[in-house]
Design a protein around this ligand. Structure first.
Ligand code: NAD
Length: 263
C-alpha cells in the first residue's frame, strides 16, 4: 500500500531506543527523511548505523535533552537546515519517574512537566508555522494507556499525559483547517527498557523476580502477551499516512485489549 510518505520529513523525539526507535525505523522503511534525537551520542550513532544497514537511510541525528528548551530549538534548527521542513512530528519522550503521590516531590513534578507536556508544546510550536505554509502536517504524540485507565504507581504519567491529550485535542481543532492532523498513540504494556524497569520495581514490591512479573504482566493483557515496539510504530505510521487524512483529535490505544473501558 502506498502511504504517501516518501520524501516527507519525519522528526521523532526520544528515538534512540524502544518505541521511539521503532517509530523512526517505520518512517525510514517508507522512504521518509528521518531525524532522530535523544541525549546520548553513542546511542544515536548506533541507531543511525543500524538504519543505514536495514533501510539504506541515514537519519539526521541530534543530541537533545527534551527537558531543555534550548536543545529543542537547536534540534529543530538542525532539521530545518538539513531538510527544509518538518512534515511529521512524533513527540515521544522517556517515561516519567514512577511513584505514588506521597513519594514524589516538587522537583519530580517539574521535571515530568517539562519532559512530558512542555516538550510536546515546544516542538509543536516550532513546527506548525511551516506546516501551515505547506498546507500539510502530522503531529503524533506517544502517550500511554494511562490516559484511559490510570496505572498504579505512575502518578506523574497518569496526570501529565492527560494534559498532553487535552493539548492535542485543542490543537487539532485549531489547525485542522490547515490540513494538519494531531493524534495520540497510547501504548499498553510493550516490551522495552521502560517496561523492564517497571517490572524490576514491581518485583521488589512483591518479592518476586522481574522475569515472573513480566510473565504476569503478559497475562494481564487479553491477547496474552506483551506488545512489540513495532506494533506501536505501525499505528503512528498509519496516522501519518494519506489514508488517515480524516483522522484527527484522536487517541488510539494499542494495548492488546488491556484497557477495560469503552472509550
Ligand atoms: P524506553 O525507556 O525504551 O525509551 C525511552 C527513550 O527516550 C530512549 O531513547 C531514551 O534515550 C529517551 N529519553 C529519555 N529521557 C530523555 C530526555 N530527557 N530527552 C531526550 N530523550 C530522552 O521507553 P519506551 O518504552 O520506548 O517508552 C516510550 C514512551 O512510551 C515513554 O514515555 C513511556 O512512558 C511510554 N509508554 C511506554 C509503555 C511501555 O510499556 N513500554 C507503555 C505506555 C507508555
Amino acid at each position: 500500500m502506498n502511504l504517501g510518505l516518501k520524501r516527507k520529513t519525519a522528526l521523532i523525539t526520544a528515538s534512540s531506543k524502544g518505541i521511539g526507535k521503532a517509530v523512526a525505523e517505520a518512517f525510514a522503511s517508507e522512504g521518509c527523511n528521518v531525524a532522530i534525537c535523544s541525549r546520548t551520542k553513542i546511542d544515536l550513532i548506533e541507531v543511525s548505523e543500524e538504519m543505514r544497514e536495514k533501510y539504506d537511510v541515514v537519519p539526521l541525528w541530534c543530541i537533545c535533552d527534551l527537558n531543555k528548551s534550548s536543545d529543542i530549538q537547536t534540534t529543530f534548527e538542525a532539521v530545518i537546515k538539513e531538510y527544509g521542513s518538518v512534515d511529521i512530528l512524533v513527540n515521544n519522550c522517556g517515561g516519567p519517574v514512577p511513584g505514588y503521590f506521597l513519594e514524589l516531590d516538587e522537583n519530580d513534578w517539574n521535571h515530568a512537566y517539562e519532559q512530558v507536556l512542555m516538550s510536546v508544546v515546544r516542538f509543536s510550536k516550532l513546527v506548525i508555522p511551516q506546516m501551515v505554509k505547506n498546507k500539510w502536517g502530522r503531529i503524533i504524540n506517544i502517550t500511554s494507556i494511562s490516559v484511559k485507565q490510570p496505572v498504579d504507581n505512575l502518578m506523574l504519567s497518569n496526570s501529565l499525559r492527560a494534559g498532553v491529550t487535552g493539548f492535542a485535542k485543542s490543537l487539532s481543532n485549531e489547525v485542522a483547517k490547515h490540513n494538519i492532523t494531531v493524534n495520540n498513540v497510547a501504548p499498553g504494556l510493550t516490551l522495552t527498557n521502560r517496561l523492564y524497569e517497571l517490572a524490576v520495581i514491581e518485583a521488589k514490591e512483591k518479592s518476586k523476580s522481574h522475569e515472573e512479573i513480566l510473565v504476569e504482566m503478559a497475562k494481564r493483557v487479553p491477547i496474552n502477551r506483551l506488545g512489540r515496539p513495532e506494533e506501536i510504530a505501525s499505528v503512528a505510521l498509519f496516522l501519518a499516512s494519506k489514508q488517515a487524512s480524516f483522522v484527527t483529535g484522536n487517541t488510539i490505544q494499542v494495548d492488546g485489549g488491556f484497557t477495560k473501558g469503552l472509550f
